[in-house]
Design a protein around this ligand. Structure first.
Ligand SMILES: NC(=O)c1ccc[n+]([C@@H]2O[C@H](COP(=O)([O-])OP(=O)(O)OC[C@H]3O[C@@H](n4cnc5c(N)ncnc54)[C@H](OP(=O)(O)O)[C@@H]3O)[C@@H](O)[C@H]2O)c1
Length: 396
């Protein structure tokens, strides 16, 4: 089957569509508990953490967890992106302003224990900050991506897989987009290691992150749709494999890796056990106490004709995307990654989406956009039920 779009093209589109999300309500902010007190009494060193970025999706969750554990945090951004979750914590954060493109002055002559590089969008950026900070910080943590494994041609993809570090010839436009991201992330990892050495560098490669404050809108379909019940279109086959991770599981693990100086490279991938689309939807539907009737649309040509290329966590795993949901998490799990149940992610994401933190305009824009599955679903189901389309097409 030929898909017209690819995973990264989808992400790009989604990212372009995604605007800054208003502040998250306080319901998701941990209140003081016995558990929190134990954390504050814990024996690990209190760290001075610098986050390059920190105000977008992953960063605010890292900040919330780091502060809860008694660390201090500095962010470095252009001052353009406003934190959309945990905004009220930012008065406890030192906020440095500059630009990774050409102004790192605010980072000069300062010392930190840990640098977390979330905003690494060019390998040159990572080279510059890693070199600038190598004598003034102990550990450099680089937020990479499982995108470094593109093309995903194998099963059980582990951290030691050889990466593609330069652009091959002869790729289609969509393939180039995916490959470019992987090559950039792979080279950025190397720049971090070159400056800090492999015993002072921690590389984390997350798969699709989902959860509150996701500006891409690529997962919100499922919380919204499952909350409504009734006949639900599910793309793909029940056996299609899925992988995803709650952004908070990534964020919290980052801080624990830093506390324990667990240098090395890790995939950050959930769920713990292998899951297929049927497993995902069966667990996710339990979030809401409402009946669902799932209608599987396993004709990939029909989906593409209707411009349903992806619906995270469902990503068609053909050709160069075969292994996209076949990334190993065993090293991560053995190194302390914990994974919350999908029900919790769906619930918190739904609560965030329906809270005052999201403007009516933003919600309405998403829920009335004719390109979104939520809008196309009823019409697609009507057509699908006519015998003409209801035949399975072989994948190739
Ligand atoms: N989302 C996913 O599913 C996923 C999966 C795998 C890996 N990742 C990786 O995870 C990381 C974190 O993602 P994210 O969505 O939280 O953040 P992000 O959107 O990649 O980064 C945004 C942050 O970087 C800052 N920034 C952007 N341009 C800058 C510049 N020129 N100079 C200084 N700061 C700049 C922004 O603040 P200002 O705009 O104010 O400058 C903001 O704080 C990224 O590296 C991403 O590639 C994401």
């Amino acid at each position: 089957m030929k898909t017209k779009n690819t995973r990264r093209a989808f992400i790009k589109k989604s990212a372009l569509a995604g605007m800054a999300i208003p502040i998250l309500g306080s319901s998701l902010i941990a209140c003081k508990s016995k558990n929190e007190k134990e954390i504050l009494d814990a024996s690990f060193n209190k760290l001075k953490i610098l986050i390059l970025g920190g105000t977008s999706f992953l960063g605010p969750h890292q900040i919330a967890y780091a502060l809860k554990r008694g660390h201090s945090v500095t962010t470095f951004t252009r001052g353009k992106t406003l934190p959309s979750v945990h905004a009220e914590l930012f008065d406890q954060v030192e906020q440095l302003i500059g630009d990774r493109e050409d102004n790192l002055k605010a980072l000069e002559n300062r010392k930190w224990d840990v640098v977390i590089d979330n905003s690494g969008h060019k390998s040159e950026w990572t080279k510059a900050t890693a070199n600038l900070l190598k004598d003034n910080a102990d550990i450099y943590m680089y937020t990479s991506s499982t995108g470094v494994y593109y093309p995903y041609l194998t099963d059980n993809i582990k951290e030691d897989k050889k990466l593609v570090l330069s652009m091959p010839e002869g790729l289609t436009e969509d393939e180039q987009y995916e490959q470019k991201y992987g090559v950039m992330k792979g080279n950025s990892e190397l720049e971090a290691i070159k400056a800090f050495g492999d015993k002072r560098t921690i590389i984390v490669r997350p798969t699709y992150m989902i959860g509150p404050a996701d500006k891409t809108d690529r997962f919100i379909h499922w919380p919204i749709r499952l909350s409504k019940g009734g006949e639900v279109l599910v793309p793909g086959t029940p056996e299609d494999l899925v992988q995803y991770i709650d952004v908070r599981d990534v964020a919290e693990w980052f801080i624990r890796l830093a506390e324990n100086n667990q240098y090395g490279t890790y995939n950050a991938v959930g769920p713990k056990e292998k899951q297929n689309m049927n497993g995902f939807i069966t667990e996710a539907e339990k979030t809401f106490n409402i009946e669902h009737n799932f209608v599987w649309i396993d004709n990939y040509d029909f989906l593409v004709e209707n411009k349903v290329y992806f619906s995270v966590p469902w990503i068609p795993s053909f050709g160069k995307n075969y292994g996209t949901a076949r990334v190993s998490n065993s090293k991560a799990i053995n190194s302390g990654l914990t994974l919350r149940p999908i029900k919790e992610t769906v619930k918190d994401t739904y609560d965030w989406w329906t809270s005052e933190s999201i403007s009516d305009e933003r919600r309405s824009k998403y829920e009335t956009n004719p390109d979104n599955l939520i809008v196309k679903e009823a019409e697609m189901l009507k057509i699908w039920k006519s015998a003409k389309f209801n035949t399975k097409v072989e994948k190739n």
